[in-house]
Ligand binder design. Structure first.
Ligand SMILES: Nc1ncnc2c1ncn2[C@@H]1O[C@H](COP(=O)(O)OP(=O)(O)OP(=O)(O)O)[C@@H](O)[C@H]1O
Ligand SMILES: [Mg+2]
Length: 247
């Protein structure tokens, strides 16, 4: 995978004519109104826009955490031949969960680490979810080794056995990034990843995201209000009225 994918290579992810409406006390509220987006393999894309415009809604739908009202989510995995030009919107729940777990990672503003697990257990969670109990146990030492490598890579290996409550905000976000990478995703969705951090801690998280993109070829979609973070991307798209400006 590389950010400079050939022009003939299909996009990793094509969102076509996406609509999302919510029903509020009998009233239909349109949020996404015919949104189109193409994401290339290994690219960093920033999405900006006013509060309430639908950025999180779009990310949740693309990440298969929520369903669209209509539209296509065409995915062309570089890893999985079964997922070449597949419309993810039409798949059943268990298939969606499996794709989400194997191909996507998530980083949220408030980290969403489980407080009763240690740091390393939080990082191991995606592998626990994707494997059966027997398989997880038989591969446990290899998986723990991978989790430790990831914690080392993001700079918090010495916190492995701590509960998240004993970590700073920047350290928690590093753990959340390691967790997002555990199953070797092709695309990581980051919703305001530095929104809860001070500027210099946020800047170090930006550097980490850039490094992971460059060295591992993982794609990132960054929803942000942070101009510094947005400017890292190869493209910045602005949402307005439920679609991207210029569409
Ligand atoms: N479950 C829901 N039910 C009803 N309306 C919702 C729901 N989730 C989101 N909305 C509405 O959809 C609109 C878009 O919300 P969304 O969270 O996607 O915005 P956003 O661009 O991420 O905003 P912010 O920058 O503040 O995070 C908002 O008006 C919000 O109130
Ligand atoms: Mg949001």
């Amino acid at each position: 995978m590389s950010a400079s994918s050939s022009p003939n290579e299909p996009a990793l992810y094509s969102v076509r004519d996406l609509h999302k409406e919510y029903q509020m006390q009998g009233v239909t509220v349109p949020v996404l109104r015919g949104c189109d987006l193409e994401v290339k393999h290994g690219e960093i894309l920033s999405i900006i826009g006013m509060s309430g415009v639908g950025k999180t809604t779009l990310l949740n739908i693309m990440g298969l955490l929520d369903n669209p009202t209509s539209g296509e989510l065409i995915y062309s995995s570089g890893e999985d031949k079964e997922l070449q030009g597949c419309d993810l919107a039409g798949l059943g729940l268990s298939k969606k969960c499996s794709i989400r777990n194997r191909h996507f990672g998530f980083v949220f503003q408030f980290y969403h680490l489980l407080p009763d697990l240690t740091v390393i257990e939080n990082v191991l969670l995606p592998s626990m979810i994707s494997l059966s109990y027997g398989k997880y146990n038989s591969q446990r030492s290899r998986l723990e080794e991978r989790a430790r490598e990831l914690l080392d890579r993001v700079g918090v290996l010495d916190r492995s056995e701590f509960p998240p409550s004993r970590l700073s905000g920047g350290e928690r976000q590093r753990v959340a990034i390691a967790r997002a990478l555990m199953n070797n995703p092709e695309l990581v969705f980051c919703d305001e990843p530095t929104g809860n951090l001070d500027t210099s801690t946020g800047d170090r998280i930006h550097e980490l995201i850039l490094e992971l993109n460059r060295e591992l070829g993982i794609g990132f979609i960054l929803v942000t209000h942070d101009e510094g973070l947005a400017s890292l991307a190869s493209r910045i798209l602005t949402m307005r009225d439920g679609r991207f400006e210029g569409q």
